[in-house]
Design a protein around this ligand. Structure first.
Ligand code: TRP
Length: 347
């Protein structure tokens, strides 16, 4: 059994089945919502959110996402949830709430001071706003600055959840700081529309997150009824792999060189893409004979995530698979697709 199958059978996660495909067909990034492209991994109660949207309209729905500001800069992998959320906002016209957890990074990482994490959050806020969210419909909150909005809800959540639940779900131990033990309630709080909107009656929340964030939302779903709000629905996204083919891009340490940063210049992007793992044949002859393995070739994965011209994407990857074109032909195309995205964040 794969990990995903294990999570699905054990915790009731549903495989994504193109539920958002129709609604997003006018988006320039509509391919995010096609299950073939594996940007979206799985969901919880997605149909309940969509039924609610159709029945009660955009004002009765919102999307919640966030980021732990572990560095001032952000990499391309960090942007995937924000790009997906932005496209959903464009197509559904729903409100979006973004939480920046400087407190979480201070408590759980502790490589920098709290003040530095707050600065990272302020910087990240400026970058995220450049992603193209509708300013009328979007709010970004930094935990240490905006805690008052969430505190009453957080207390109600904290009053219900026991240490043994936090231990079971997050693996926190009695030797962990009380900050870590208290924190999860703050990430859960925006699932309750009452801390966000004055006319919050019968609103529904869709959380867009990397799949590893599921524990927070699984836990709050168990308590939502008792706390008298609708269980949040969830959309779990896959990671974007690092340039060397590792499962995800990293923020810190020497491996962060295998990430593409929003501050990278066009020539840095080109050089990084040149080094990207292709898993190709040892020689040109072997590569031509066997073709490329587009499942592990990092450029192909980036094109699968980001290339908007889907017919061209299919032709390109097919020709590559058949050995008709080579890695050196794929790389400049990948660099220009990525550069186009990153160019929105420069200055
Ligand atoms: N814990 C997340 C991180 O470390 C940040 C986060 C806060 C988040 N609230 C969220 C992510 C809601 C997705 C959805 O990056």
């Amino acid at each position: 059994m794969t990990t995903l199958e294990w999570i699905m059978t054990d915790f009731g996660v549903t495989e994504y089945d193109n539920e958002l495909f129709e609604l997003t067909k006018d988006s320039p990034y509509g391919h995010f919502f096609n299950k073939e492209n594996r940007v979206i991994r799985s969901s919880r109660d997605l149909n309940k959110f969509l039924d609610h949207y159709r029945e009660h309209g955009a004002e009765s729905c919102y999307i919640y996402t966030g980021r732990g500001p572990s560095s001032a800069d952000m990499h391309l992998g960090h942007m995937v949830p924000f790009m997906v959320t932005r496209e959903l906002q464009r197509c559904l016209r729903v409100r979006v709430v973004i939480q920046l957890t400087d407190d979480e990074k201070f408590l759980f990482r502790g490589e920098f001071t709290l003040e530095q994490y707050t600065e990272f959050a302020q910087h990240n806020k400026r970058l995220i706003l450049k992603a193209g969210f509708d300013p009328e419909l979007t709010s970004i909150y930094i935990d240490t600055e905006d805690i008052a909005r969430f505190y009453p809800t957080m207390l109600k959540i904290q009053n219900r959840i026991t240490f043994s639940q936090v231990h079971a779900v997050f693996g926190l131990e009695s030797s962990d700081s009380i900050g870590k033990i208290a924190f999860p309630a703050l990430e859960m709080a925006p699932c309750d529309p009452r801390c966000l909107y004055s006319s919050s009656k019968n609103m529904r929340c869709l959380v867009v997150c990397a799949w590893d964030q599921d524990p927070f939302f699984r836990l709050i779903r168990d308590h939502a009824k008792a706390l008298k709000f609708n269980k949040p629905s969830l959309l779990h996204l896959n990671y974007l792999p690092a340039l060397d083919g590792q499962e995800k891009m990293s923020t810190t340490g020497s491996v962060s060189n295998f990430s593409i940063w929003l501050s990278d210049t066009p020539s840095q992007i080109r050089n990084k893409i040149k080094r990207a793992f292709s898993g190709g044949g040892a020689t040109q002859e072997l590569q031509q004979e066997h073709g490329a393995n587009i499942e592990i070739d990092v450029c192909c994965i980036y094109l699968r995530f980001f290339m908007r011209e889907r017919d061209a994407y299919r032709q390109l990857t097919e020709a590559y698979q058949w050995g008709l074109i080579e890695t050196k032909d794929i790389k400049p195309i990948t660099a220009s697709v990525i550069d186009e995205i990153i160019s929105h964040y420069r200055n």
